[in-house]
Ligand binder design. Structure first.
Ligand code: SAM
Length: 292
C-alpha cells in the first residue's frame, strides 16, 4: 500500500496522470500524515461508523478513513480525479467513490441506503469556496448525522466558534451553534498542502445536538431575523429590522415590522433600544423571534 500523505507520493500520482489542479474546485491536497492522523482522532472514527467524505482529491484522507471506518462514501466533483481514485483506493473494499457535486447529491437517500438511516459522520478537507453552503445544506436538510469534522479557512472556523461581542460573530456563528457544538481541534499551516493555500486553516468539529439548545417557534422566522440583523451590521437592531425586506413569518411569507414594535419588544426583553445584533446571544435571538 502506498500512502499518499507525503509530498513525493502526491507528486508522483499527479505526474503519472498528468493531473492539473483546478482553482475553481478549491483543490489543495493534504501532504502531512501527522495532520491526517489528528483529523481521524478528532472525528473519533471507529469501525461502527459510516463516513461521507466531501472532495477526496486523490484519496489521501480517504485511505486513513477507510482504515478506521466501517465504510466511506467519497463524493468528488472533478471527473479527472475518478480514475486516480479508482487506483489509489483499489485495495479498500469499504470505499465507494461517487462522481457528484455534494451540493446536488441527495445525501439523505445515500444515508438511507448505506446506513439504514442511522447517523453518519462527515469528514472533509473542504473546498473553501463553498464552505458555508455545504455546512448549512447538511444541517438544514436534516440529514441523519452525528458530527461534521472539517478543515476550513482559519477565519471561518473562528466565526463558527465565537460568541457575541467579537468581530467574527455573525449569522454563521448563530446558525452553526443552533445545530451543533463547535470545537476547533487544530490549526494547520499552508505548508501542509500542495498547492499551498493563501490562508491559514483549522480543523473544526461540529457535534450535532439531538435537540437545539434554544426553543424557537419558527426556524424560518428565527433565521430571517438573524440574517436581517447582520445584513448591515453597523446598524442598530431596531433599524436593521424595521421594514426589512428579508424578514419572513413562520409560513415563509414576507413580514414587515415597525420600529415601535421592535423597540417595544426590546424593552420587554430588558434590552437597550440602541443595541446591535452582534451583542445578542443565541437565546436572546430565539426569545426575540418568539415574541416579535
Ligand atoms: N481530500 C483531499 C485532500 O485532503 O487532499 C482534497 C481536498 S481539496 C481541499 C477539496 C476537494 O473537493 C477537491 O478534490 C475538489 O475537486 C473537491 N470539490 C470541490 N467542489 C466540490 C463539490 N461541489 N462537490 C464535491 N467535491 C468537490
Amino acid at each position: 500500500m502506498t500512502y499518499l500523505a507525503a509530498p513525493a507520493a502526491t507528486l508522483e500520482v499527479i505526474n503519472k496522470y498528468g493531473f492539473h489542479f483546478q482553482k475553481k474546485y478549491g483543490q489543495n491536497f493534504l501532504i502531512d500524515a501527522n495532520i491526517l492522523e489528528k483529523i481521524i482522532e478528532a472525528a473519533e472514527i471507529t469501525r461502527e461508523d459510516g463516513v461521507i467524505e466531501i472532495g477526496p482529491g486523490i484519496g489521501t484522507m480517504t485511505q486513513y478513513l477507510a482504515e478506521h471506518a466501517k465504510w466511506v462514501a467519497a463524493v468528488e466533483i472533478d471527473k479527472n480525479l475518478i480514475p486516480i481514485l479508482n487506483e489509489t483506493l483499489s485495495e479498500y473494499k469499504n470505499v465507494m467513490v461517487l462522481n457528484e457535486d455534494i451540493l446536488k447529491l441527495d445525501i439523505g437517500r445515500l444515508v438511507q441506503e448505506k446506513n439504514s438511516g442511522r447517523p453518519v459522520k462527515i469528514v472533509a478537507n473542504l473546498p473553501y469556496y463553498i464552505t458555508t453552503p455545504i455546512i448549512m445544506g447538511l444541517f438544514e436538510s436534516q440529514v441523519p448525522l452525528s458530527s461534521i469534522t472539517i478543515m476550513v479557512q482559519k477565519e471561518v472556523a473562528d466565526r463558527m466558534q465565537v460568541g457575541p461581542g467579537t468581530k467574527d460573530y455573525g449569522a454563521l456563528s448563530l446558525a452553526v451553534q443552533y445545530y451543533a457544538k463547535p470545537e476547533i481541534m487544530l490549526k494547520v499551516s499552508p505548508s501542509c498542502f500542495i498547492p499551498r493555500p493563501n490562508v491559514g486553516s483549522a480543523v473544526i468539529r461540529l457535534t450535532k445536538f439531538t435537540e437545539p439548545p434554544v426553543q424557537v417557534e419558527s426556524e424560518k422566522k428565527f433565521f430571517s431575523i438573524i440574517r436581517a440583523a447582520f445584513n448591515q451590521r453597523r446598524k442598530t437592531l431596531a433599524n436593521a429590522l424595521t421594514n426589512s425586506i428579508s424578514l419572513v413569518d413562520e409560513k415563509g411569507n414576507g413580514m414587515k415590522v415597525t420600529r415601535e414594535h421592535v423597540c417595544s419588544v426590546l424593552d420587554q426583553m430588558g434590552l437597550n433600544q440602541t443595541i446591535r445584533g452582534e451583542a445578542l446571544t443565541l437565546e436572546q435571538f430565539a426569545h426575540l423571534s418568539n415574541i416579535l
